[in-house]
Each structure stands twice: as C-alpha cells, then as structure tokens.
Design a protein around this ligand. Structure first.
Ligand SMILES: Cc1ncc(C[n+]2csc(CCOP(=O)(O)OP(=O)(O)O)c2C)c(N)n1
Ligand code: SF4
Length: 251
C-alpha cells in the first residue's frame, strides 16, 4: 500500500516535551517536511533559542547549535558566513526574538543576512511561566500584567513582520498561523519559500507563526485555538508583508 502520511525523516522519532495543544510541535514538523522535500537534511544547520524550544536540537535531525537568549540571528550570521553552502535557520519565540533579541533581529535584516528565521509568536513568555512578552496584546492577562496589559504602563506590542519588512535586506516577511488545515498548509508554503530564498541568496526571510500556549494562557487546547482566531489574527493580520520575488505580494 502506498504511504500517504508519515513522520518526516528529519524529525527525530522521540517523544516531545511540549504541552498538549502547543504549536511548537506542528511548526517543527513543517520545517522538517520542507527539509525533507528539498533533500537538504545533511546541509542544514539550525540555531536553537532559549525558551520552550531550547531543546529542539533533540527533535531536528539536522545539525543544531544553541545560542544564548536572543542571540540566535547573530550566531546564525557567523554560521552562514563561514558555511555559505549550508542552509541556516533560527527557531525563536517572541521573548527571545522581540525582547532581548530585537537588535540582532533588526540588524540581520539591515545587513541582508542570507538566513531563515522561524518566529513563534504566542504572545507570552512560555518557558519561564507566562510573563508579558513584547507581543502580548493590550488587555491580555499574564503573570506580570495581572489586570491585563495596559499600554500606558507597558507600551504597545511590537508587530515584527511589519517592522522587519521595512528593512532593505529583507527578502521575505510573512505572517502565518497554525490554527486550521488551510493555514497550516500556507505556513508550510511560506517556510518553503523562505528556504528557497536562501538557496537563491536573496537575503533575510522571516516567517512569523501565530501560535498557541494553552498552558500559560490557562486555556484548553481547543479554546486556545479559538483565542488565536478571535484575538490574535485581528491584531496580527496574516499575510505577506514583503516578498522580493513578487511585487504584487507586498502589502
Ligand atoms: C539572558 C537571559 N535572560 C532571561 C532568561 C530567562 N528566559 C528564559 S526563556 C525566556 C522567555 C522565553 O519566551 P519565548 O522566547 O517567547 O519562548 P516560548 O517559551 O514562549 O516558546 C526567558 C525570559 C535567560 N535564559 N537568559
Ligand atoms: S509552556 Fe506554552 S509554549 Fe511552552 S511548551 Fe507549553 S504550551 Fe508550548
């Protein structure tokens, strides 16, 4: 019988530590499907973040390296410049990328580093117990905003794709979600496009994935998906913010 669905070869066959209903596992799978389809497992080097995906080197079958909190784009820059023939990607949460790592993220776009960033936006610090992230939505309750995020006190959220799309060295800035089958398919296409851009030496590609953290949101996995749809997508519209390969694709 023909096999129609299987674990990607580059996704290691081990139990994951992520909570039930967490999006990290889905996104790992999409990255690995792209790596398999492009046949680049032996030529790919990933950079792990600090956050819940800190141990993603246990799951990705390609070479992986660990970066200090927020420094993944800087580490990826060094890895790519010394290994220009390899595919290099970072995998980062919103605390890692948009708080302590803001400078690194902006400057890989400014420099047009030929790397891929997979950005997991779950509007919260997951690993450390649910503190406010730069992406926390106004009114959202977290451990450090128990009455809801008040922009007068805590400022407004950072919209990463919009910000990075303004940089000349950015080839692709696209926001996707993993709440429905249709959106998961689109997310995979965006990740594929990002890796193809690296092959063609087009510059920085960032794919922002609107993701769930049921544990720190205090919701069931099903209700977490509903929150993503009702609260996150309206605040963080899905779409292509920059795509140097299609002028029409730009917002
Ligand atoms: C320099 C430094 N500062 C702070 C921390 C503590 N810390 C570990 S993970 C984390 C936030 C992780 O949140 P996020 O990047 O959104 O990833 P998630 O866990 O939600 O996937 C923080 C603040 C650290 N490890 N190192
Ligand atoms: S704490 Fe949140 S982000 Fe971390 S594994 Fe659990 S659900 Fe996922």
């Amino acid at each position: 019988m023909p096999v129609v669905f299987k674990r990607p070869d580059s996704l290691l066959d081990v139990p994951m530590h992520y909570c039930p209903g967490c999006s990290h596992g889905i996104v790992h799978r999409l990255v690995c499907e792209v790596i398999d389809e492009m046949g680049i497992e032996g030529d790919t080097i990933g950079v792990c973040p600090v956050g819940c995906a800190v141990m993603s080197y246990d799951y990705f079958g390609c070479d992986m390296i660990e970066a200090p909190h927020g420094r993944a784009p800087a580490v990826a820059t060094g890895v790519k410049r010394t290994n220009p023939d390899k595919f290099v990607f970072t995998y980062q949460g919103d605390g890692d990328l948009a708080a302590i790592g803001t400078a690194e993220t902006v400057h890989v776009g400014a420099r047009g580093e030929n790397i891929v960033i997979i950005f997991i936006n779950n509007t919260i610090y997951g690993m450390t117990g649910g503190q406010m992230a730069p992406t926390t939505i106004p009114g959202q309750v977290t451990q450090t905003t128990p009455f809801g995020r008040d922009p007068e006190l805590a400022g407004y959220p950072v919209r990463v794709c919009e910000l990075i799309s303004t940089l000349t060295g950015t080839a692709l800035a696209q926001r996707v979600a993993v709440d429905t089958v249709k959106h998961i398919k689109e997310a995979k296409e965006a990740i594929r496009k990002a890796f193809e851009n690296q092959k063609e030496k087009r510059g920085l590609s960032i794919v922002e994935v609107l993701s769930t953290c049921p544990t720190n949101w205090g919701l069931s996995p099903v209700d977490a998906i509903k929150r993503l749809q009702k609260e996150m997508i309206p605040y963080y519209p899905l779409g292509v913010y920059k795509d140097v390969t299609t002028k029409e694709g730009e917002k």
